[in-house]
Write a protein that binds this ligand. Structure first.
Ligand code: GAL
Length: 635
């Protein structure tokens, strides 16, 4: 017999189910008064450096890696911030079965040889440290690595028996992390996930007996077939091991599960940087895919938890010295997104023009700006995009990006920058060094694939505060209301991946569709309440909780309501503002067609504001709600 639950309880349960919360038992919308995104480790600004992967694949050795390090120092790039020298896949020979010790390929890294027969990277990392640099190492969540998964003919793969070739973290997390950080002295770890993706029972390499089966917990094509909780638990264990091995907190944790398993929504809670897509290649089209995977995820990145659209491919293919326009665009976009900046070319042979490009101080300064606000899209189309980033000085950076292979005419408006149209805006072109002035608007001509980047100073539309959509680095969607993660269909789908045109093409695979957006409703629609358009605000789904760090502002204000884009005209939602856990303001229950309701709260002295929207009717999943004109004000 079914139990007849009281109506209210049923509704509450429906909400809990909707938020996927029954297992945890807690109400995820309840204020916590704490910032929950990742802040451990050392990544207050996006990490910068060099990685061996795009330059050499698994064909690495000590000369190449130390050569890169020496070049960065000699070329002045290390002094400009490129500090981490990261060894990617290919360094390992095997795991010693007697004690689980990882053995390095000593013929490639001769300095790791030791009298006792057990190789160590310690003198190698000592050398990097003595050069004023930091050292990074690479591993995998599973038993095996990505090259073992996808490059069966690679002569640089680990050698030995099935068990000896199991070089990944699986079952060895504590031991390996202690080895990397305590014994060997590394400072940075990239954790890949192919071992959790490619070794299912039906894989040829498993059936043939070459590798042991590990039931896949990550499926690129299906969030539902990914075991997200298991993957998260592994990252938690890795974090705990890192904290234990690094009492001074000097580590960086890089998550590399390529946008799978809905990681674009939760990577920010588990590591310092998190890959938002599969691998970049040195092609314009593929670069667009990787850029798109992070470009609309500004709220999912903050100081300490950055979106990673993958390493730079400047120096190769369509980004080599013969393609300076494309190389500059690639660099400009990564700078605006606060992407980690990892050079991926053989720096010993780097042409002067590219050393200069990578050393552009102004662009680096945008990327490393202390406020940590990823750029948001002020104008969006498949042809041209305008990205705007708020800097800690209060100035803006704006990038005008021509995605197409034809020249483009663009009108840049002061309004794109949230600057007043009736006052001058001073612009500094960060590639040419030219100064320009804009009043109201300005016409620009862009070459094919060109990106112009300006630093801009003008008069703010909002004189005494900052819109929340201008400060995504201070806003964390702790719960974004997405209940059934769906792939974002708007990402560029490239025919220039490693797969080429084999198969049926890249399908939408990167979950995150419907996430929290700046100046836009969750699915890219306009912010609009009862027919009134808002150019500024935050678009979210109901049953969401946003954490907002307050740096000294006194008042929060917004106009709230159910967005006109809602397909569901009956459901209602209430909006609440909390300050350090205490309720400060609420709205009445609002539904589609209601005019926006002003909401304001005194936040003087409050450190953490939480913006909570609760659907007050069951079955209200995916109800788009709007915090229009949401701002923190000085008075
Ligand atoms: C991929 C990863 C690349 C690189 C490669 C090494 O999974 O995305 O960045 O690390 O593995 O095999």
């Amino acid at each position: 017999m079914k139990l007849a639950l009281p109506r209210l309880r049923t509704a509450a349960l429906a909400l809990l189910f909707a938020a996927g919360l029954m297992a945890a038992g807690a109400d995820p919308l309840a204020p916590t008064a704490t910032w929950s995104a990742y802040t451990a480790g050392r990544a207050a600004t996006p990490p910068m450096g060099w990685s061996s992967w795009n330059a050499f694949g698994t064909d690495i050795d000590e000369h190449k890696v130390l050569g890169a390090a020496q070049s960065l120092v000699d070329q002045g790039l290390a002094a400009k911030g490129y500090r981490y020298i990261n060894i990617d896949d290919g360094w390992w020979l095997q795991r010693r079965l007697s004690d689980g010790m990882l053995i390095i390929r000593t013929e490639r890294f001769p300095s790791t040889q030791q009298a006792n027969g057990t190789p160590s990277f310690r003198s190698f990392t000592d050398r990097l440290h003595a050069m004023g640099l930091k050292a990074g190492i690479y591993t995998d969540l599973g038993r095996n690595s990505c090259s073992q998964a996808y490059s069966p003919d690679d002569t640089d793969l680990p050698k030995g028996s099935v068990l000896e070739r199991e070089v990944g973290l699986y079952g060895h997390t504590q031991q390996d992390i202690a080895l990397f950080f305590e014994t060997w002295g590394f400072d940075y770890i990239k954790v890949d996930g192919c071992g959790l993706r490619a070794f299912g029972a039906d894989a040829e390499k498993v059936r043939s007996g070459k590798y042991r089966e590990l039931k896949p917990a990550l499926d690129m094509d299906s969030v539902a077939r990914s075991d997200i909780a298991a993957v998260q638990q592994q990252f938690r264990d890795i974090h705990n091991a890192l904290v234990k091995s690094n009492p001074d907190g000097d580590f960086v944790l890089s998550l590399c599960v390529w946008g799978a398993g809905n990681v674009r929504a939760w990577g920010k809670d588990f590591g310092n940087l998190s890959r938002t897509s599969d691998d970049i290649t040195p092609s314009w089209s593929r670069m667009l895919t990787n850029f798109d995977s992070a470009a609309k995820r500004a709220f999912y990145a903050h100081p300490g938890s950055w979106n990673d659209p993958d390493m730079l491919f400047i120096g190769k293919g369509e980004f080599d010295a013969k393609h300076l326009t494309e190389a500059r665009s690639h660099f400009s976009l990564w700078a605006m997104l606060n992407a980690p900046l990892f050079i991926g070319m053989d720096m010993r042979k780097a042409p002067e023009s590219l050393v200069e490009l990578l050393g552009n101080r102004e662009l680096i300064a945008l990327n490393q700006d202390a406020a940590g606000h990823q750029a948001t899209l002020a104008y969006d189309s498949h042809d041209v995009q305008i990205l705007v980033k708020t800097l800690s000085s209060g100035d803006k950076a704006v990038a005008i990006f021509n995605r197409t292979a034809a020249p483009a005419d663009v009108e840049l408006q002061a309004a794109h920058l949230k600057l007043r149209a009736d006052a001058d805006v001073e612009l500094l072109d960060l590639w040419s060094g030219q100064q320009r002035r804009l009043r109201g608007q300005m016409k620009l001509k862009l070459a094919a694939h060109e990106t112009l980047v300006f630093k801009a100073r003008g008069t703010r539309v909002l004189a005494d505060g900052l819109y929340l959509s201008e400060q995504p680095g201070n806003v964390n969607p702790a719960v974004d209301g997405v209940v059934q993660p769906m792939p974002d269909p708007t990402l560029h789908r490239s025919a220039k991946g490693w797969q080429g045109t084999r198969g049926s093409g890249e399908r939408p695979i990167y979950a995150g569709w419907g996430g929290v957006q700046a100046d836009s409703a969750p699915y890219g629609e306009a912010l609009s309440l009862n027919g009134k358009r808002y150019e500024t605000g935050i678009g979210s789904l109901a049953n969401s909780r946003l954490e907002v760090r307050n740096h000294g502002y006194r008042r929060f204000s917004a106009t709230v309501g159910v967005n006109d884009s809602a397909r569901d005209a009956a459901s209602t939602a209430t909006f609440a503002v909390y300050g350090d856990g205490k309720l400060l303001a609420t709205s009445r229950a609002l539904k589609w067609g209601d005019s926006g309701e002003p909401i304001t709260a005194d936040v003087s002295g409050v450190k953490l504001i939480e913006l909570v929207v609760r659907a007050t009717t069951p079955d209200a999943a995916a109800l788009p709600v709007t915090w229009a004109d949401a701002a923190l004000l000085a008075k």
